[in-house]
Design a protein around this ligand. Structure first.
Ligand code: C2E
Ligand code: MG
Ligand code: MG
Ligand code: MG
Length: 288
């Protein structure tokens, strides 16, 4: 009977695995044409101040509406692009596009906000990164302090000296640096302390579980206290409910991002949000 189950499983899993391998191959091939065919898009998700309920910034997120495969989410293609090295070129496009968009909003007279872009460890190791960023800022006219890079803890698994050299140069330009998905990776607290970070972003898996699991709520509270004592601001991602917001506010969390407030929006929808000048309704936020 066990043997039979085993065989059934083998029959069941093999096609699924083959399908995954085939999908990956298709993504890898199609990704080569994504930039030249101008298929990639950036969406923007608001970041909101817990205290005032006002927009505090936005995160640029890649979207790939593919003519045949439909909407391919970054979880399906960013890893592939990292493996093939294409992420360096795609990342360059992301930084340029995000800077140009942020500058365009400012020139349209809308509230100037900082735009955050995600930078993979693979991109961070590219020796041209800092020069590319300088060029993007110069060409678009965006002031450096309106750009933020969201880095991951996995970066720190590489030589801290190299990381520090790049980080110091970027920081020297006035660019903000933060750690994304905090708590999911390898965190060497002493190297964290060496980095001139502006924000720690608590990973959404903690936010998802914190109201059901006392351990997780304790971790969230402690991370916020720890981050504050190191001088970082804390942002929580993946906030979907009023109850999650209330808990985070009680812990002193500075900013939130999540569906509770807004999903990532295409640039037209984000423009409309900025134009409405609307203070996004965060229940319990201090009344102005
Ligand atoms: P991330 O940087 O941690 O981004 C947060 C992800 O959570 C985004 O998924 C966002 O759409 C999603 N999210 C936001 N609020 C909520 C919420 O309330 N609930 C839930 N369940 N999810 C929420 P997305 O856009 O699919 O991106 C996934 C990941 O792909 C990103 O995680 C980031 O690691 C990577 N990525 C996206 N764009 C880029 C990029 O331009 N460059 C690089 N290197 N990586 C990127
Ligand atoms: Mg991010
Ligand atoms: Mg994240
Ligand atoms: Mg994440």
């Amino acid at each position: 009977r066990a043997k039979e189950t085993g065989r059934n499983q083998a029959q069941y899993y093999e096609p699924a695995m083959q399908a995954r391998v085939a999908e990956r191959a298709a993504i890898e091939t199609e990704l080569r044409y994504a930039l030249p065919r101008q298929e990639l898009r950036l969406y923007y998700q608001p970041k909101v101040s817990v205290e005032t309920g006002e927009l505090s910034g936005m995160e640029a997120l890649l979207r790939w509406p593919h003519p045949r495969m439909g909407m391919v989410s970054p979880d399906r293609f960013v890893g592939v692009a990292e493996d093939t090295g294409q992420i360096v070129e795609i990342g360059r496009w992301v930084i340029r596009t995000a800077c140009a968009q942020a500058r365009a909003w400012q020139q349209a007279g809308l509230a100037p906000l900082r735009v955050a872009v995600n930078v993979s460890a693979r991109q961070f190791r590219d020796p041209g990164l800092a020069d590319d960023i300088v060029a993007a800022l110069r060409d678009t006219g965006l002031a450096p302090h309106y750009l933020e890079l969201e880095l991951t803890e996995s970066m720190m698994m590489h030589s801290i000296d190299e990381v520090l050299a790049t980080v110091t140069r970027l920081k020297g330009l006035g660019i903000a640096l933060s750690i994304d998905d905090f708590g999911t990776g390898y965190s060497n607290l002493s190297s964290l302390k060496l980095l001139p970070l502006s924000h720690l972003k608590i990973d959404q898996s903690f936010v998802r579980d914190m109201l059901d699991q006392p351990n997780v709520s304790a971790i969230v509270r402690s991370v916020i206290a720890l981050g504050h004592s190191l001088g970082f601001r804390i942002i929580a991602e993946g906030v979907e409910t009023e109850a999650q917001l209330a808990y985070l506010r009680g812990c002193g969390c500075d900013e939130i991002q999540g569906y509770h407030f807004s999903r990532p929006l295409d640039s037209d929808a984000f423009t409309a949000l900025l134009e409405s000048g609307r203070r996004l309704q965060l229940a319990g936020a201090a009344d102005p």
